[in-house]
Design a protein around this ligand. Structure first.
Ligand SMILES: C[S@@+](CC[C@H](N)C(=O)[O-])C[C@H]1O[C@@H](n2cnc3c(N)ncnc32)[C@H](O)[C@@H]1O
Length: 365
């Protein structure tokens, strides 16, 4: 998408998909977090005007409604901290948040919204400090136009502030690999985004591998910032450009819930996933009957390189943390793979402790 100049712009399919993902994830996140904390924080560094040209809700309004619903059923408090650089969009956002608040009528103080104006870095951290949010668990959406515009230092500060903090960052890789090789200023922006210059390796990659290379570099950056688990969603904008949405957390439960959200997003809505571990790099449309072809390849590769047979529980954990798939998809797939003689499994029903071995490749012919 070219960067819009008007206050609002048309919502495209990948934005609708992003909002569906955010809504689903927050519907799981808010009740869990409110069970363990009296106050939780939802923050955005690039909040936008809160509405699209066709009247669809922007991400802060989507979040407001989910958080308000979560507060209706349980005690606790949510602090929203929203930042927008453009004063016209900030004013628009204020109106839409006020309308959402009127429609929800929560008791005063239960869902506090602070809308600041300024540049995401360092103003977001200043606003989070001013609202006493830095010591609370936060979900932080950093959804710019893809930039890169989120400095690594900001990620590290968020990760360091609380062990439960999670981030979601939008990143459009093509700008860097198209323009940064010969432009020092763009390279410096890339270095600030990744936290070092290791990503310069992209200039030596073949064209077809450049985007995935930067995606994996960024996942490493998130890990170095402190977000040990990451998931990358691939979106295609209406100009056929790739946009990544990358999620970082320290918690396996966060990964599990984000995957549930991801698999629930309608496959027609513009989000796709290419599993970094799939040797064939097949892009998946997320469907009700998911194509587990890539998972089959990934598990076979993993079993073949493992020093000893693995249990089903080990394969489920690997699936959760290292692939886009969910642990619940593992047993049905293993049954099919056993029936097709790709695997041998210990006798009896396939359960968590069942051991699994890949049939050697040459034995298949
Ligand atoms: C992709 S839009 C956000 C969309 C919004 N998250 C949603 O899904 O509805 C990015 C927004 O960030 C704002 N922006 C751009 N650069 C910024 C910066 N450095 N700091 C804060 N906001 C910025 C833009 O004015 C724009 O409204």
């Amino acid at each position: 998408m070219s960067v819009p100049k008007d206050v609002t712009w048309d919502r495209d399919p990948h934005t609708a998909a992003k909002h569906a993902l955010l809504r689903r994830y927050l519907q799981a996140w808010a009740p869990i977090m409110l069970r363990y904390n009296d106050t939780v924080v939802y923050a955005e560094g690039f909040a936008g005007p809160g509405v699209y040209r066709g009247g669809e809700q922007g991400s802060p309004v989507v979040a407001y409604h989910v958080l308000a619903s979560a507060l209706q059923d349980r005690p606790g408090r949510v602090q929203m901290v929203l930042l927008e650089e453009d004063p016209r969009r900030k004013a628009e956002l204020e109106q839409h948040i006020a309308a959402a608040a009127r429609s929800r009528r929560l008791r005063s103080g239960r869902l506090d919204v602070r809308i600041g104006q300024g540049s995401c870095h360092p103003v977001l951290l200043e606003e989070l400090t001013r609202t006493d949010s830095m010591r609370r668990p936060m979900f932080v959406l950093l959804d710019g136009f893809g930039g890169p515009e989120v400095p690594f230092d900001l990620l590290r500060r968020i990760a360091d502030a609380h062990h439960s903090n999670e981030v979601m960052v939008t990143f459009q890789p093509s700008f860097l690999f198209r323009f940064a090789e010969k432009n020092e200023q763009h390279r410096a922006a890339g270095d600030a985004f990744f936290g070092d210059s290791d990503w310069h390796g992209v200039f030596q990659q073949p064209s077809s591998a450049k985007a995935a290379y930067l995606r994996d570099q960024y996942r490493t950056s998130l890990q170095q910032a402190g977000f040990q688990h990451t998931l990358a969603f691939e979106m295609i904008d209406e100009g056929s450009r790739l946009l990544y949405l990358i999620f970082g957390t320290r918690h396996e439960r966060g990964v599990e819930k984000m995957k549930e959200a991801m698999w629930a997003v309608d496959s027609t809505s513009g989000v796709r996933y290419r599993d970094p571990k799939d040797p064939n790099q097949q892009a998946l449309d997320l469907e009700l009957e998911p194509d587990t072809g890539p998972l089959r390849r990934i598990l076979l590769e993993h079993l073949r390189t493992a020093p000893a047979p693995l249990t089903v529980d080990q394969l489920k954990r690997y699936t959760l943390l290292e692939t886009v798939y969910r642990p619940t998809q593992v047993i049905p797939l293993l049954k099919r793979m056993r029936d097709e003689q790709q695997l041998t499994v210990s006798p009896g029903r396939i359960i968590g402790t069942t051991t699994v071995t890949a049939v050697p490749q040459d034995a298949l012919f």
